[in-house]
Design a binder for this molecule. Structure first.
Ligand SMILES: *[C@@H]1O[C@H](CO)[C@@H](O)[C@H](O)[C@H]1NC(C)=O
Ligand SMILES: *[C@@H]1O[C@H](CO)[C@@H](O)[C@H](O)[C@H]1NC(C)=O
Ligand SMILES: *[C@@H]1O[C@H](CO)[C@@H](O)[C@H](O)[C@H]1NC(C)=O
Ligand SMILES: *[C@@H]1O[C@H](CO)[C@@H](O)[C@H](O)[C@H]1NC(C)=O
Ligand SMILES: *[C@@H]1O[C@H](CO)[C@@H](O)[C@H](O)[C@H]1NC(C)=O
Length: 195
């Protein structure tokens, strides 16, 4: 009698374990197929000049430019699950040289939503001063610029399987010095998925 109930207990345990493993396997399979996350799509919608001042450093004979740009970014989460993003930033380049940077505050986007993020990028004038092309570009009336927005995120599928996703958007535009507006803005977006 005693050994019989022990045997039934063991069978019960084995069956339960098998069931749990089967359910876990199905969930993992679903996570990597049906619910497989998509990286978010990051786009730069607007670039505006917020503030700009031009000066001349008579001692070093170099141009002194202070510019701050308002950059409007939108991030689309294509997943059914929420997306948490962290450690993301936007950078500003002038002829390949990093001249400005701004962090993107950590945040969350719920499933299938688009979130707008406004950033301010300020040109670090001291970095520009060492670039010999600046004077020429300013004299010609426009400065070619590039902004790179990089977003790193994590999608938790069914609460326990984490996928790391990343997306970047790189935009080329020019700053018209005389009327302080942005001319042209062509962007390329890229996405990445890694688990
Ligand atoms: C740019 O900003 C720096 C530091 O804030 C300041 O020293 C400089 O005078 C500014 N230049 C112009 C042209 O406003
Ligand atoms: C952000 O980056 C820092 C340094 O690279 C790292 O220590 C930290 O863990 C990162 N945070 C997240 C949430 O990944
Ligand atoms: C970003 O700026 C635009 C225009 O200034 C404004 O309409 C929008 O609500 C802002 N978005 C956020 C998320 O602050
Ligand atoms: C900048 O704007 C001024 C005034 O609208 C215009 O005359 C000039 O052609 C523009 N420069 C460029 C490079 O587009
Ligand atoms: C500035 O110049 C550009 C290029 O010539 C033009 O398209 C734009 O309308 C001008 N903006 C203003 C506010 O004058």
């Amino acid at each position: 009698m005693g050994s019989g109930s022990k045997c039934r207990k063991t069978t019960c345990l084995v069956v339960t374990l098998c069931l749990v493993i089967a359910i876990l396997l199905v969930l993992v399979l679903l996570a990597f197929t049906v619910f497989k996350p998509h990286p978010p799509i990051t786009t730069v919608d607007t670039v505006k000049v917020e503030d700009m001042s031009l000066g001349m450093d008579i001692f070093s004979m170099s141009v002194n430019v202070n510019v701050s740009l308002d950059v409007g970014v939108s991030v689309t989460n294509r997943n059914k699950f929420g997306l948490e993003y962290h450690n993301s930033s936007a950078q500003l380049y002038y002829r390949g040289q990093l001249i400005g940077e701004g962090p993107i505050p950590n945040g969350e986007i719920s499933g299938e939503e688009t979130k707008g993020i406004n950033l301010t990028l300020t040109i670090m004038a001291d970095r520009l001063a060492s670039n010999t092309e600046v004077t020429k570009d300013i004299a010609s009336g426009s400065m070619p610029l590039n902004t790179l927005v990089r977003l790193f995120g994590m999608v938790k599928v069914m609460g326990f399987i984490r996928f790391h996703v990343a997306s970047t958007s790189s935009c080329d535009f020019a700053l018209n010095i005389s009327n302080r507006t942005i001319i042209g803005n062509t962007c390329i977006s890229k996405t990445e998925l890694s688990s």
